[in-house]
Write a protein that binds this ligand. Structure first.
Ligand code: SF4
Ligand code: SF4
Length: 305
């Protein structure tokens, strides 16, 4: 088991929003979807990536000579300006080792199952006292099927509750097994219309909806997460289609309405990526109306995760 590795880009200790009780949530790097509204762009690519926080640079210049491809430009007069040319950067991460200010860091660090479990086990007291546990998300947790399955099993052997936060686009047998064996699923549904789904996320929703139907049929406890993005997923037609689909499933315990936010914007800058979403926040009254729409289908619904 110890040979299995996956890149982790974030660990949140003490989360209250990723399942029951107090949880530790781990985010695995890499996702088969490319949602236009993604708020974790550092979770999209599979390998560790350079994170640039130019405002933290003190202009020491240590990073410039270590870059093998000359991707780093630094000026110090009149102000310190650090730039990385992402078109030539190979993500070798040599510059990160040279930087002591946090201007150059990395999204993603490889863990074995045992190494990650050792981190998760430290919070065991919080799980036990609150009815919480471990949540594995991403990116897409099941994109490392053997790793995620082994981690779920290791937690369960130790009587730690497990949840997987998934986009549902899971085709590998071990990925499916991980979903089946986790105690709870946090499952994204981003639309029922396949054409729109491909346009917004880059993939068909067929496997997502088929997996969801199958997991519900075996009685797996599921919280559904519906991203509500103006101009993309917020039309009455789209929301009614989603609610109508969910109402037929027998093990959906709750629907979480995830209104658009811009918390991820700074991470696009740190990755040198363009932030393409340009929408207004959804007014609280409109969010309430959306909640009522889902409730009208008999679905227990809340705003936020
Ligand atoms: S990650 Fe490597 S290639 Fe990219 S800027 Fe740093 S040293 Fe250069
Ligand atoms: S090593 Fe860090 S602080 Fe020094 S110039 Fe490079 S980015 Fe700036």
């Amino acid at each position: 088991m110890d040979k299995l590795k996956a890149p982790v880009f974030h660990i949140i200790h003490g989360s209250f929003v990723d399942g029951f009780g107090i949880r530790t949530t781990v985010f695995l790097k890499g996702c088969p979807l490319k949602c236009i509204w993604c708020c974790n762009p550092e979770g999209q690519a599979f390998d560790p990536e350079l994170k640039v926080s130019a405002a933290k640079c003190d202009g020491c210049g240590r990073c410039v000579p270590v870059c093998p491809v000359g991707a780093i430009t630094l000026t110090t007069q009149p102000d310190t300006v650090l730039t990385v040319d992402r078109s030539v950067c190979t993500n070798c991460l040599a510059c990160k080792e040279a930087c002591y200010t946090g201007a150059l860091e990395c999204f993603g660090e490889y863990y074995t199952v045992d190494e990650l479990f050792a981190v998760l086990k430290k919070d065991e007291l919080f799980y036990r006292s609150s009815g919480g546990g471990v949540t594995i998300g991403g990116g897409e947790a099941t994109w490392y099927p053997e790793f995620t399955l082994a981690l779920v099993r290791k937690c369960k052997e130790n009587y730690i509750h497990t949840a997987i936060d998934t986009c549902g686009y899971v085709t590998s047998p071990d990925g499916i097994k991980a979903l089946e064996e986790a105690d709870l699923l946090l499952y994204d549904v981003k639309g029922i219309n396949e054409e729109d789904h491909i346009k917004h996320t880059g993939v068909s929703n067929k496997p997502i909806l088929e997996n969801l139907k199958r997991l519900s049929a075996i009685g797996k406890p599921i919280f559904i997460r519906v991203p509500v993005i103006p101009g993309y997923t917020d039309s009455e037609e789209t929301l009614n289609e989603i609610a109508g689909f969910l109402a037929q499933l027998k093990s959906v315990q709750r629907v979480d309405i995830m209104a658009v936010h811009e918390y991820g914007k700074v991470k696009y800058e740190q990755l040198g990526k363009e932030y393409l979403l340009n929408v207004e926040p959804i007014a609280p009254e409109r969010q309430e109306k959306i909640k009522e729409l889902f409730e009208s289908y008999g679905l227990t619904t809340q705003l936020g995760g």
